[in-house]
Design a protein around this ligand. Sequence first.
Ligand SMILES: Cc1ncc(COP(=O)(O)O)c(C=O)c1O
Length: 456
Amino acid sequence: MINAVELKTAKLPKLVTELPGPKAKEIVDQDAKYISPSYTRPYPLVIKRAKGAMIEDVDGNIFLDFNAGVAVCSTGHSHPQIVEAIKKQVEDFIHICAADYYYPQLPALAEKLSRLAPGDHEKRVHFGNSGAEAVEGAVKLAMYTTRRPKLIAFFGAFHGRTMGALSLTASKARQRFGFGAQALDVTHIPYANCYRCPYNLTPETCGAMESKGPHCARVIEDILFKTTVPADECAAIVLEVIQGEGGYIVPPASFLQTIREIADRNGVLVIADEVQSGMGRTGKMFASGHFDFTPDILTSAKGIASGLPLSATIARADVMNWHPGAHASTFGGNPVAIAASLATIELLEDHLIENAAKMGNYLLEGFRALMNKHAIIGDVRGKGLMIGIELVKDRVTKEPHPEALARFETECFKRGLVTLGCGVSTIRLSPPLVIDQSQCDFALKTIDEALSAAVR
Ligand SMILES: Cc1ncc(COP(=O)(O)O)c(C=O)c1O
């Protein structure tokens, strides 16, 4: 069994038992008995401790984490500055309820987020506890402000699983199955997926290179506003700036800019869901920054507080202008989570965003080189440390390869690398932003081996 100091200094995996080990097996069995079967675990990783980019399981095996608790632990697991900030706040006070009382941490973080979110205008912030809650807040705010009931969202989108957010989510049928009609009036249209253009167009033929903008954005004004979603009834267009759960899909800048223009022409708000793409992950504080894109409302969660539950709905000040009592939550903006968030932002601005951009470029180059060796790789895409590798049965037909993705995840696990899929058959790489080049090299080598094993 290793000790905590060894874990702290470990840089690469070390496996000492078969996987899963005996203790892991015991806990997986206990979990099956007591835990909701709605969770989807790809392989039996049972965690005891984690530091930086390394995870120790209950049997003493050490793994390299290329998932970060699904893009959450951006500053690395239990970063000393985050732990210190949490400890200090816990000593002072743990909870008082932001909806009813004041405390300095709230405006301090809101001021920082207002400065960091895209756009020079004044902003206001509402705090929640999860990504879904931030989305619920954004949608309520858009409906309240415009007094309009309808929303437009995109196929492949993931915005959460509460009933309102679930109405916007259109990633996988199993997320919707069994839950009846949509709680909200949402119309979905295809996202800007240039690798698999839903309209069989190319950037040269879809209008993306012209001032009119790409067809996939123009359908909002050309079709939806003229048929099922009259603009006067449309509160907001809700989108992920880079689609996450749907497959780590990076749209062209013209998609986002055209949507901005259409929204402005029609008095419709734009909600950018940056729950997964935000907080430095893409090599900029928010992914919107890569596209010169400014939404009216932006949602943030996941990486915002290094693993403590916190989310933010950040809106133009003139949009977030609702009456007292319109929206609030008991735990939202909890001071301990805010302390972690303030320390997170300090680390991101100090060096981690820069590291994400640097390591992201290094990995993207390495994965693109692997395309020469592995015909199963259909596409490599991403920004910073939000990288997707799409697996296909055939590069010409682009038929997805979900079976290979499932085998790949297990093959990586067996070699000590923690990864997770997304979309139909895309490998999602969202490591902590603290990773260094030796860890990237290990991931590249392991992914190379696991791809070979997955196609056998
Ligand atoms: C873009 C996006 N929005 C919203 C959510 C929901 O966040 P949570 O699981 O914290 O409710 C997620 C979660 O994966 C997400 O990726």
